[in-house]
Design a protein around this ligand. Structure first.
Ligand code: SF4
Length: 191
């Protein structure tokens, strides 16, 4: 049985062929500065306890579980913080060693949705939103809504990734052709 990290699901969502090239053909990615899939950075050293409690208060969290290693069949990952909110729902909170550039990156949103899927199964409660803290913008807090459709997309992606690997299935190219321009696999990929 396969167990993917959120970063692998994010790559699949960028282009399903990443899964094929990386895990069927075993061709590792060459990650240059143009590569669009952004991997999370370890920011634990950068966190400050006083800011954390301030942020939780601002969110209205009633309980917290830091550094949670969570897994379900097909997915695993570490959530910086799982929060219990006043309405009884849960929310992931993720610290980014980054500046807020007035735009939420798909990769950050998708990572939070993966965490939502993990939290719902492990904590047994609903996740309707998540939070990002941009450390390099004075710990700016951004709320990200997470709906059922988004969580379903992640679950379907996990199943599709397992199918690509188990059946050596060569998936369709991304429909966003501009993604191919700087792609690490562009020389071996028939588009
Ligand atoms: S070249 Fe395009 S279709 Fe091929 S793997 Fe890269 S992004 Fe996907």
């Amino acid at each position: 049985m396969y167990s993917f990290y959120p970063s692998q699901v994010i790559e699949y969502l960028y282009c399903a062929r990443f899964t094929y090239f990386e895990y069927v053909l075993r061709i590792p990615q060459f990650e240059d500065k143009f590569h669009k899939v952004q991997r999370g950075r370890n920011v634990h050293q950068e966190k400050l306890e006083q800011n954390k409690s301030y942020l939780r208060k601002k969110i209205g969290a009633v309980e917290k579980w830091p550094d949670q290693y969570l897994s379900i069949e097909g997915l695993r990952g570490k959530v910086d913080e799982v929060l219990l909110l006043e309405d009884g729902s849960y929310a992931p909170l993720d610290y980014k060693f980054a500046e807020w550039k007035e735009r939420l990156y798909d990769t950050y949103r998708q990572q939070l949705i993966c965490y939502a899927v993990l939290i719902e199964d492990n904590f047994g409660g609903e996740v309707k939103k998540g939070f990002l803290v941009y450390i390099r913008s004075s710990n700016k807090l951004i709320k990200v809504d997470i709906n059922e459709k988004a969580k379903e997309e992640i679950k379907e992606s996990m199943a599709a990734m397992a199918e690509i690997i188990s059946k050596n299935f060569f998936p369709k190219a991304t429909k966003f052709k501009q993604r191919c321009l700087n792609c690490t696999y562009r020389n071996i990929c028939i588009q």
